[in-house]
Design a protein around this ligand. Sequence first.
Ligand SMILES: *[C@@H]1O[C@H](CO)[C@@H](O)[C@H](O)[C@H]1NC(C)=O
Ligand SMILES: *[C@@H]1O[C@H](CO)[C@@H](O)[C@H](O)[C@H]1NC(C)=O
Ligand SMILES: *[C@@H]1O[C@H](CO)[C@@H](O)[C@H](O)[C@H]1NC(C)=O
Ligand SMILES: *[C@@H]1O[C@H](CO)[C@@H](O)[C@H](O)[C@H]1NC(C)=O
Ligand SMILES: *[C@@H]1O[C@H](CO)[C@@H](O)[C@H](O)[C@H]1NC(C)=O
Ligand SMILES: *[C@@H]1O[C@H](CO)[C@@H](O)[C@H](O)[C@H]1NC(C)=O
Ligand SMILES: *[C@@H]1O[C@H](CO)[C@@H](O)[C@H](O)[C@H]1NC(C)=O
Ligand SMILES: *[C@@H]1O[C@H](CO)[C@@H](O)[C@H](O)[C@H]1NC(C)=O
Ligand SMILES: *[C@@H]1O[C@H](CO)[C@@H](O)[C@H](O)[C@H]1NC(C)=O
Ligand SMILES: *[C@@H]1O[C@H](CO)[C@@H](O)[C@H](O)[C@H]1NC(C)=O
Ligand SMILES: *[C@@H]1O[C@H](CO)[C@@H](O)[C@H](O)[C@H]1NC(C)=O
Length: 866
Amino acid sequence: MILLYLTLSCLISWTLAAQRSPHHPRADAAYSPPYYPAPNGGWLSEWTSAYEKAQKIVGNMTLAEKVNLTTGTGEFMGPCAGQTGSALRFGIPNLCLHDSPLGIRNSDHNTAFPAGVTVGATFDKDLMYERGVGLGEEARGKGVNVLLGPVVGPTFRKPRGGRGWEGFGADPSLQAIGGAQTIKGMQSTGAISCLKHFIGNEQEMHRETSVLGPGYSSNIDDRTLHEIYLWPFAEGVRAGTGSVMMAYNDVNRSACSQNSLLINGILKDELGFQGFVMTDWLAQMGGVSSALAGLDMAMPGDGLIPLLGDSYWGSELSRSILNGTVPLERLNDMVTRIVATWYQMGQDEDYPLPNFSSNTLDETGPLYPGALISPTGVVNQYVNVEGTHNITANAIARDAITLLKNDNNTLPLSKNASLHVFGTDAGANSDGLNSCSDQGCDNGVLTMGWGSGTSRLPYLVTPQEAIANVTPTATFHISDTFPSGLTPNASSIALVFINADSGENYITVENNPGDRTTTDLYAWHNGDELVEAAAAVFSRVVVIIHTVGPIILENWIDLDPVKAVLIAHLPGQEAGYSLTDILYGDYSPSGHLPYTIPFNESNYPASVSLLNQPFGQIQDDFTEGIYIDYRHFLNANITPRYPFGHGLSYTTFSISDPVLTTVTPLDSAYSPSRTAKGSTPSYPTTIPDPDEVAWPDNFNRIWRYLYPYLDDPDSIVSNSTNSSAAYPYPDGYTTTAHPAPRAGGGQGGNPALFDVAFTLSVLVTNTGSRSGRAVAQLYVELPDTIDADVPSRQLRDFGKTGTLQPGGSETVVLNVTRKDLSVWDVGVQDWRTVVDGEGVGLWVGESLGSLGERDVRAIFGRGWGL
Ligand SMILES: *[C@@H]1O[C@H](CO)[C@@H](O)[C@H](O)[C@H]1NC(C)=O
Ligand SMILES: *[C@@H]1O[C@H](CO)[C@@H](O)[C@H](O)[C@H]1NC(C)=O
Ligand SMILES: *[C@@H]1O[C@H](CO)[C@@H](O)[C@H](O)[C@H]1NC(C)=O
Ligand SMILES: *[C@@H]1O[C@H](CO)[C@@H](O)[C@H](O)[C@H]1NC(C)=O
Ligand SMILES: *[C@@H]1O[C@H](CO)[C@@H](O)[C@H](O)[C@H]1NC(C)=O
Ligand SMILES: *[C@@H]1O[C@H](CO)[C@@H](O)[C@H](O)[C@H]1NC(C)=O
Ligand SMILES: *[C@@H]1O[C@H](CO)[C@@H](O)[C@H](O)[C@H]1NC(C)=O
Ligand SMILES: *[C@@H]1O[C@H](CO)[C@@H](O)[C@H](O)[C@H]1NC(C)=O
Ligand SMILES: *[C@@H]1O[C@H](CO)[C@@H](O)[C@H](O)[C@H]1NC(C)=O
Ligand SMILES: *[C@@H]1O[C@H](CO)[C@@H](O)[C@H](O)[C@H]1NC(C)=O
Ligand SMILES: *[C@@H]1O[C@H](CO)[C@@H](O)[C@H](O)[C@H]1NC(C)=O
């Protein structure tokens, strides 16, 4: 544990900053200002060559070919969750877009990797990258062009929110690093990643606008958006993600899928995003409106109600070009972005076509199930894409396991320990592997949450099987009811398995509509009672928890027999051996909490509760601002049960010998000026010949399939010839380019924001008697001179050592960028930092909690201050 202050003069006020109240949008005032027109892609050098190639073919495309690439062919109209139309004259097939962030969904012979929250808990950048490579290889092997992940939103603002587990944790930097490493790994294989969900999709209930009413509005102030929710998206754009998915919900009462400020302004202009933007499934709200707001691809293509053969785009996009309402330049930009991304990842060279169907496991079946009457053919080739990815999956599941407590070194177990194992969470799904569609049940060991963010398990090693393999004499009670009549002796140990599940809104599991509505933040299936019953009989109880997120342990955590507690997160297919590797001490635990564990749910601010109302639009005001998870606990001075970043080992570590190096001096409060935008492809703007979207002769039309064609395109007149037909454009609509935002300039923002200001290296030494891996977490503390309300610590970087033998050590180098030491200045619309880092505190420790336990002056007394 180390604290470094960049100057001694500012030592040190422990009083938390006075709570100046920031500007929060309120329901009645929530408003999203217009930002038009959509910026064209292609102005950044990293993408130049791909855009040059794209321009050559887009310039020769017909209107029908262009529209084809922007619009899905309809729900269940192909093997994948969604597919675009094709432009076969140029070698572009129907592009396959498919879930999920942890493995190929609804397929076979694929790896079910650990979920995002598990990956976050490893705090291991290399494993994050390796999993990305594995996911990309499996996508490619199955013929998936765009794999729909990683998730960096939701970000656990709401601890009960259903899909927090798909992302990497409750901190923007942890999300950012997890997301960026995944993207780099995935795209190194040629698969296109899809960073999602942009933005503010923090609960499942009422997320979608449908015939029943509007989805909720996440009302987020500009500073909170930038410092919390946008942060990982910026880092993902910087990592080069090829696509971004817009969220279901509104932001400031404007649907994300057609929010011009979010897409045109923030994503494409400020963050310099050069790839393409798609809807979430069936989240498109309008045709012209979404095109003007910057949307590039509609998925799966259908209008408000799927399977009717209607689309907001497809033939209607053709019409809106011919009638002059959507500028041709906008369509050209959509298509150029899509084709450039395809080239950027090298998908023009031997990228496989889909050889699986997410609609069936049968070998043959309908090619277009949504058509009802469809040609049939071979749809599943059962290609095995698993490779050796189970090694990565096992390493992640193992290195994520987080040891919360281990009194009297109860763990590791000896192989001859007399064990009694309790709980259905130790065993198999009693209805069979993958018996619940999209994992929509909680039966057996919890390997992932439920919904579209899942995959089938190719196999599963349960904890029961793995333990039986090591300790043949263990007794198993695979039930959530404690058996009567057990008389353990003093050497017996109880292992109690409990879990807490959640998932996506379209499936309700045990009365939980995605979000955890029914058991609060407690374990499911009376798990707490099972632990209490074991503690009443056994003198040593070890609790193993599989959970989607924060869970309250207070019913039993302080009972004397409860000696050890592990959180094994959501381990995927390798649940068993990853756990026994830790239980029996072949490896020391090295996972750390990617969120805070509170004493009580009332420890959270009221504004992060789930919202539910039958009629009207829910206004979800983010009034807690930047204070979510540990930022809130610090700010409100609430001690949690276990702090963010907590995680014990079987050994102990010291962190010492800090060396601080200034790399890029922060000689001004704002970044140096950005460079001007480079040029973008330009094309003729004359409205195309209507015949380009006439139905081809003898065309074999599939019922309800979405096409770009129109019955009588010649009848459409542009408003250039019929001025009375002017379109009611949205307020603020213009075709005059917006001035380039000063915070932009490169992928992710002004490149100067990512200049490393300081490098801090520390020596991590294993001071205990077993081997193990340590995580050095770097938190920054901004001084009062930043002149903004800030949390007293914010995670900004981390590094994990290799396996250190007792006495062994390793130097970990941690970077702090200009942006890491900045706040978003709403007035100036730019990031503002502390000149020369004056008064900034840099803290390094094994968890957020370990930082607070010290006597700060003593540390300076030991000469660690600068
Ligand atoms: C939402 O409204 C708030 C407060 O009015 C404003 O600060 C923010 O920029 C708006 N964001 C969007 C995306 O409209
Ligand atoms: C159309 O294709 C030809 C041949 O590939 C190419 O030379 C030309 O530049 C393309 N036209 C446009 C407008 O890009
Ligand atoms: C548009 O895509 C469909 C397949 O989705 C294909 O049948 C059709 O030929 C394509 N149109 C053109 C003009 O390439
Ligand atoms: C042009 O077509 C689009 C798509 O059907 C439609 O929404 C729009 O109102 C039309 N514009 C005019 C001026 O009629
Ligand atoms: C299916 O997978 C195989 C092996 O990866 C690949 O060679 C093939 O191109 C893929 N697609 C089809 C349609 O066979
Ligand atoms: C991975 O799978 C291979 C078989 O494909 C098996 O031999 C190996 O033991 C597995 N490794 C792990 C870590 O599960
Ligand atoms: C550790 O073990 C000793 C006896 O071996 C016992 O007195 C003590 O209470 C134990 N501590 C805990 C926290 O279980
Ligand atoms: C297990 O074996 C070790 C020696 O390997 C021994 O010290 C210990 O007492 C044994 N424990 C039990 C419960 O038999
Ligand atoms: C404790 O009980 C286990 C069976 O559960 C037995 O194998 C072991 O020998 C017993 N130990 C003692 C010290 O009685
Ligand atoms: C169509 O009308 C709008 C104004 O309603 C105008 O801005 C646009 O330039 C017109 N398009 C053409 C092609 O004249
Ligand atoms: C840290 O920054 C240096 C540049 O100062 C860079 O070379 C290095 O790759 C960075 N390390 C990490 C882990 O990002």
